[in-house]
Write a protein that binds this ligand. Structure first.
Ligand SMILES: Nc1ncnc2c1ncn2[C@@H]1O[C@H](COP(=O)(O)OP(=O)(O)OP(=O)(O)O)[C@@H](O)[C@H]1O
Ligand SMILES: CC(=O)N[C@H]1[C@@H]2OC[C@@H](O2)[C@@H](O)[C@@H]1O[C@H](C)C(=O)O
Length: 386
């Protein structure tokens, strides 16, 4: 039994998700028990600095260093707070805060179909060495670099964890994360020969980023998201706009693929607002249309790139609380759409749990990436252990 803390702040930059878990087993037999979980919001000023960096605003190297330290300090505090009242954790897995993600780009393909790509780059702030020192606990961080170094996207990394915690003996499943960005893990039945090799996963595009930015725009910053999807539910989606937006190259790229706020951020929303002008949409119609865009991008991805449609879809991430989004997904997919809570794994804290498991695998010498998901040339140990 190993007690591990998992920490992550995702692309929504809403705060640090922390989970304290007990792990037994290794891969096929792994089991996790969630002992404590919480979200620790960033101080407002720090969040603004992170969002500015994500937007690509100029930042000097001393400012970047100060931001890195401030984030590490918040992560260390979160790691300490989540352990209160429990025995001390043996290990911390800290994803950190992504401020920049550049996927590899396909440059050529030879006659045999082998792809040549440029190297990707992904920057997560909040140095693990500082967290290890402040918490006096071995810490694994910088999980994406090793996969990127062997040609991968460095993302998504959670599908291998999903595979061992959420796959079913006889049922093909998808786990759909609805964070800032959406991503999926396709899990074939475990009874299939070499089932792990058939696991698939990629980023589907925006989940909440555009919606959140639109709500902030429409309310002059008074609200940050559409709670339960109530505002969007009172509008009507504009289907021609959704079709237009789906023409974007990203949705037609075959996996492996990953994305971030660099593509689906403020500038992207600005263009959406310009496109929407000619349809004279109300605020609720605009939110319904952006929600439909998220749904349509996911459904398009499933129908175009999955080896087969899953029998059930399990949602996780903050967007799983958006009842309108969930309802629209259910209608379009026409298969049962549940949340991972219903499969026994917290929908709110699955990513934090996943980085605890990935840290544990690092410590145990078990590779954490799936090459067929990230596009890496090989399976590698993920993360630096301090
Ligand atoms: N009750 C709710 N109703 C609607 N949306 C919600 C609700 N609760 C959270 N959300 C949405 O979920 C978002 C946060 O989701 P989450 O914490 O999973 O994102 P993240 O982990 O930052 O992103 P990523 O998985 O892309 O890294 C919020 O910004 C908001 O848009
Ligand atoms: C670079 C980066 O931080 N990517 C995140 C982001 O948020 C969702 C999606 O885009 C996914 O690819 C990834 O996160 C999860 C935790 C992953 O690696 O599986």
């Amino acid at each position: 039994m190993t007690l591990v803390v998992g920490l992550i702040s995702g692309t929504s930059v809403d705060g640090i998700d922390a989970a304290l878990i007990n792990i037994t087993g290794r891969t096929e037999d792994i089991q996790v028990e969630l002992l404590a979980a919480n979200t620790y919001p960033y101080p407002i000023d720090l969040r603004s600095q992170i969002l500015a960096a994500c937007k690509g605003e100029a930042i000097s190297i001393p400012q970047l260093a100060a931001l890195d330290d401030a984030i590490a300090l918040c992560f260390a505090q979160a790691a300490q707070n989540i352990q209160a009242g429990h025995p001390p954790a043996e290990l911390i897995g800290s994803h950190g805060q992504t401020v920049f993600h550049r996927p590899p780009v396909l440059t050529s393909r030879d006659v045999a179909g082998n792809a040549s790509t440029t190297l990707g780059y992904s920057l997560q702030l909040g140095r693990g060495a500082v967290i290890a020192q402040l918490t006096n606990t071995p810490t694994v961080s910088n999980f994406r670099a090793a996969d990127i170094a062997v040609g991968g996207h460095g993302a998504p990394l959670v599908p291998k964890v999903d595979a061992y915690l959420l796959s079913h003996l006889h049922e093909a499943r998808c786990v759909q994360n609805l964070g800032g960005i959406g991503n999926l893990a396709y899990l074939p039945p475990r009874s299939h020969v070499n089932w792990e090799e058939k696991v698939r996963g990629w980023d589907t595009g925006p989940a909440n980023t555009l919606l959140d930015l639109a709500v902030q725009h429409l309310t002059d910053g008074a609200q940050t998201y559409d709670r339960d999807g109530n505002w969007a539910a009172s509008g009507t989606p504009c289907h021609p706009l959704v079709e237009q937006w789906l023409n974007q190259d990203f949705f037609h790229l075959p996996p492996p693929k990953s994305t971030g706020r660099e593509l689906f951020g403020w500038e992207y929303l600005q263009q959406c607002l310009v496109d929407a002008r000619s349809y004279q949409l109300s605020a609720s119609d605009l939110l319904a249309t952006l929600t439909e865009f998220t749904v349509a991008s996911i459904v398009h991805s499933y129908r175009t790139f999955l080896p087969q449609m899953p029998e059930r879809v399990f949602l996780c991430g903050g967007g799983s609380r958006n009842l309108y989004l969930k309802q629209r997904l259910q209608i379009h997919l026409d298969i049962p759409v549940l949340t991972t809570d219903e499969a026994g794994l917290s929908a709110d804290f699955k990513e934090a749990i996943a980085f605890a498991v990935l840290a544990y695998w690092r410590q145990q010498g078990i590779p954490g990436n799936l090459p067929q998901v990230t596009g890496a040339k090989q399976a590698v140990l993920l993360g630096e252990l301090v």
